[in-house]
Design a protein around this ligand. Structure first.
Ligand SMILES: [Zn+2]
Length: 656
């Protein structure tokens, strides 16, 4: 048996531990999103939670973990007779791997058996397995958006729902959802971010003594896991009992009017969208009171709840970094205004807060201790290496649609390349080449009709066989991986030119964001190429990296292409359904390394566009040559804007 690291042995991470415990007390809070760099033991802490949760009683043999006291009326394994002897088992922590299919997550329905045999054959998915336990997604930011959506819907409704062609199955799926992510690898889209109840930033401690203690404990655990865990058994038991007691107390906790006013005032002050923040804060504050063994919410509970529930909900534009904490001063001001007793007699109670010994409330503080100013670029050979400041990008504009020419086959839904798949307009019918997912009824009837007599049909029902089934062949739009390979060398670096280039890439990034693409950024200059941004589903980071991109030096174009080739190969493994589009932004010159044309030919299987940045009276046409080697097309930088298209068409006509 694998022995997990004990929760009570975790050093520091107070906010994370508290957020998990409060959700364990009150799952209605809506889960926890944990953001932090690699190596901060996020996963260890999350996984250690399961051991603290009370055991659950289940109906023996039910694959959907029905509670014997109140079985799910829609349970696919039901109905369950009452009075069966219940079993108890530990609460589960189910891990959802990033590459999981929708069937694996939601469960799969055998539509063919439903139609031809009339039975609902349903194979439970991970949502069923996680019912009444914890569902943990590591690297949740790398999960397909539609899976995240599906998860958050189930978490919010407490129900999992699979429907195919009018055959539907639903079952209870109440779980505590925990996601962890490293923001360096890409942000969650803002609309998904705020659907997690609480969000916590974790970072490794900056205190040497605390770090030493972390190491000491980890070594002791690895040397003798069972013995080490035994030493913490008492602490674990106490926490488990405290969770159980807090759950019992929860319904009796009251939320006084002034505390509620504090909550709504804070939410209004931080200009959060909708009412979800207010509800989450209220539930969190109530859970906190229960956890502390109190029957009433205090202002302190509200303050803590704000710290956990608000940072990821502040209104922001898509290119903001959501990683900052709360503005503590604004929080205190909103709270003190709402909680001051003479509330109605005018709002000029000016000095409620001068005695605010800056942060009495401990470790969470706004990161002032961290030493790095929030918006300075971390290292990454920025301005200093190139000897001058990076140019800021020119203003973004609407770009032409760049897309793979060939029609794809079943890529993830989006708004770029054309693809056949499950959505879009019907362009025909076919026999399914795997499991039937969407029935084309007229085509199926047409296929079955000629055989009715031969199959000995007597009554009014149609005799349907597996081989009759047809699905609609549809053509829609897919989302792609758009990998930018950007020349940042001296040949491009005339200052105004680089501004235009950055403006173009920024425009393409915005376009990719609206089309739900994944984007990645490879740059090359001097002697080497670097992956400035690994492929990510969010564009926020890319624009930041782009603005900070330093320029100058020689032009290792082949190295840039090689690096792009490696990134594409890795992505093919990670996300095989998504077709790539390589966008090379260069004037086509190379002054360092081997001939790029040789490398370019190896990329000929990938759809590509070269944005030609050459300018001036004498043109060499190197970008065109590169595009030919890539098997792609070239487009001049000036032609990239959507409203230039008409002009281009005119030019083409003139030539023809
Ligand atoms: Zn059941």
């Amino acid at each position: 048996m694998i022995v997990g690291y004990p929760f009570s042995a975790v050093v520091g991470h107070d906010d994370l531990k508290l957020a998990l415990l409060l959700n364990a007390v009150s799952p209605a809070i809506g889960g926890v999103l944990v953001r932090g760099e690699k190596g901060t033991a996020k996963s260890t802490v999350v996984r250690s939670l399961a051991a603290l949760l009370p055991e659950v009683a289940v109906v023996a043999g039910c694959r959907f973990s029905c509670d014997p006291a109140a079985p799910d009326p829609s349970c696919p394994d039901g109905p369950h007779e009452s009075g069966l002897s219940p079993q108890t088992r530990p609460a589960r922590l189910v891990e959802l791997p990033v590459g999981a299919s929708e069937d694996r997550v939601a469960g799969s329905l055998d539509l063919e058996r439903a139609l031809t045999e009339g039975v609902k054959a349903f194979e439970p998915g991970l949502l069923a397995a996680a019912h009444r336990g914890v569902l943990y997604v590591d690297e949740v930011n790398l999960l397909h958006d539609h899976l995240v959506d599906l998860l958050l819907d189930a978490a919010a409704m407490g129900v999992a729902h699979v429907e195919r062609e009018g055959v539907s199955v639903r079952h209870a799926a109440r779980f505590l959802l925990v996601g962890t992510m490293n923001p360096e690898e890409g942000e969650l889209r803002p609309q998904l971010l705020d659907r997690f109840g609480l969000a916590v930033e974790v970072r490794a401690s900056r205190d040497p003594a605390e770090r030493a203690e972390v190491v000491r404990r980890r070594l002791a655990f690895d040397a003798d896991p069972a013995g080490y865990t035994g030493a913490y058994a008492g602490g674990e038991r106490d926490l488990a009992l405290r969770i159980a007691a807090a759950r019992d107390r929860l319904p009796a906790v009251t939320l006084p009017d002034d505390a509620l006013r504090g909550i709504t005032a804070v939410c209004a002050a931080f200009d959060v969208e909708g009412m979800r923040a207010d509800l989450v804060m209220a539930r969190t504050a109530v859970a906190l009171a229960a956890w502390e063994g109190r029957d009433e919410v205090t202002p302190g509970d509200v303050r803590t709840a704000a710290r956990l529930a608000l940072p990821h909900r502040r209104r922001r534009d898509p290119f903001d970094d959501p990683g900052h904490g709360l503005d503590e001063e604004r929080l205190e001001q909103a709270l003190s205004e709402a909680l001051s007793p003479d509330d109605d007699s005018g709002d000029d109670a000016p000095d409620d807060a001068p005695d605010d010994g800056p942060d009495d409330d401990g470790p969470g503080g706004g990161g002032a201790s961290g030493g790095e100013p929030a918006d300075a670029p971390p290292g990454e050979g920025g301005a200093s290496a190139g000897g001058r400041r990076p140019e800021s990008p020119g203003a973004p504009y609407r770009t032409r649609l760049l897309a793979p020419e060939a029609v794809g086959r079943g890529g993830p839904a989006g708004r770029r390349g054309r693809t056949t798949g499950e959505s879009g307009r019907a362009v025909g019918a076919r026999t399914p080449d795997g499991r039937l997912r969407r029935l084309d009824l007229p085509a199926t009837l047409a296929a079955a009709a000629p055989h009715q007599r031969g199959r000995g049909r007597t009554g009014s029902g149609l005799v349907l066989r597996r081989e009759d089934l047809r699905e609609a062949l549809r053509e829609g739009r897919e989302s792609n991986l758009v990998l930018f390979c950007v020349d940042a060398s001296g040949s491009m670096a005339a200052r105004t030119r680089m501004r235009a280039v950055k403006g173009a890439v920024l425009s393409l990034l915005l376009d990719a964001y609206q089309r739900r693409d994944k984007v990645g950024l490879v740059t090359f200059r001097g002697e080497e190429a670097t992956v400035a941004l690994p492929p990510t589903s969010s564009v926020e980071l890319a624009s930041g990296r782009l603005a900070r991109l330093a320029t100058g030096g020689r032009t290792p174009l082949a190295a840039g292409l090689r690096r792009a080739e490696r990134v594409l190969a890795a992505e093919r493994l990670r996300d095989p359904r998504r077709r790539p589009l390589l966008v090379v932004v260069t004037d086509g010159r190379h002054t360092s390394g081997p001939d790029p044309v040789v490398t370019a030919r190896r990329l000929a299987g990938v759809a590509s566009v070269v944005v030609d940045c050459e300018h001036g009276p004498v043109r060499l046409g190197l970008a065109g040559r590169l595009a030919a080697a890539l098997g792609g097309t070239a487009i001049r930088l000036e032609e990239l804007a959507a409203d230039h298209l008409a002009a281009v068409v005119r030019d083409v006509r003139k030539v023809a």
